[in-house]
Write a protein that binds this ligand. Structure first.
Ligand SMILES: Cc1cc2nc3c(=O)[nH]c(=O)nc-3n(C[C@H](O)[C@H](O)[C@H](O)COP(=O)(O)O)c2cc1C
Length: 157
C-alpha cells in the first residue's frame, strides 16, 4: 500500500511538525495541499489529511480540496490536526465536516489524531498565547505511535 500525507500549516508550522513525523513513520509521501490536484490521489491507497483548526474547522483549503475529489473506492484515510483548544462534542467538534466530506467521497476514515499547538490568534493573545512549545516531544511521539499503529493495522503490499 502506498501512503500520502497532505497538510496545510499556516499559523506557526505546528501541524507541519506532526505531518513530518507521521509521513516518516508511514514511509509516506508528504505534500502541501496547495500542490495537490485530485488526480494525484490515484496512486495512493492510504491518505492522511491534516491542518490547524481555524474558526472551529480544518483549514478551508483542505475542505475545498476534499470537495474537488471524485467518488473513490478502496482508499483509507486518517485525519490529524493541531489546535488551541481540545475537541468538545457539539461545541467545538472540528473534525466532523472534514470526516464527513471524506466519507461522502468513499474514503474509509480509520483514524483521527489531534494535539494542542501554540496559538497566538486574537483570543489566545489576551493571555499572551497558549500552548507555548507545543507540539512538544511528547506530542510528536504520540503522533508517531498513532501513525505506526495505523501502518501495522493495514495489510502490506
Ligand atoms: C485565525 C485563527 C483561528 C483559530 N481558530 C481556532 C479555533 O477555532 N479553535 C482552536 O482550537 N484553535 C484555533 N486556532 C489555533 C490553531 O488551531 C493552532 O494554533 C494550530 O496549532 C495552528 O496550526 P498551524 O501552525 O499548523 O497552522 C486558531 C488560530 C488562528 C490563527
Amino acid at each position: 500500500m502506498k501512503a500520502l500525507v497532505i497538510y496545510i500549516s499556516v499559523h506557526h508550522g505546528n501541524t507541519e511538525k506532526i505531518a513530518k513525523v507521521m509521513a516518516n513513520a508511514l514511509d509516506a509521501d508528504l505534500l502541501q495541499v496547495k500542490r495537490m490536484n485530485a488526480s494525484m490521489l490515484e496512486q495512493y491507497d492510504f491518505i492522511g489529511f491534516g491542518s490547524g483548526i481555524y474558526f472551529g474547522k480544518y483549514h478551508k483549503s483542505l475542505l475545498d480540496f476534499a470537495d474537488t475529489l471524485p467518488m473513490l473506492r478502496n482508499k483509507k484515510a486518517f485525519i490529524f490536526s493541531t489546535s488551541g483548544l481540545r475537541k468538545i462534542r457539539c461545541i467545538h467538534d472540528f473534525s466532523k465536516p472534514l470526516k464527513e466530506k471524506l466519507q461522502q467521497k468513499g474514503f474509509d476514515v480509520i483514524g483521527e489524531f489531534s494535539c494542542r499547538g501554540f496559538d497566538t490568534s486574537w483570543a489566545a493573545m489576551i493571555v499572551g498565547g497558549i500552548n507555548k512549545g507545543r507540539p512538544n516531544a511528547r506530542d510528536l511521539k504520540q503522533a508517531e505511535d498513532f501513525a505506526r499503529a495505523l501502518r501495522d493495522s493495514r495489510p502490506s503490499g
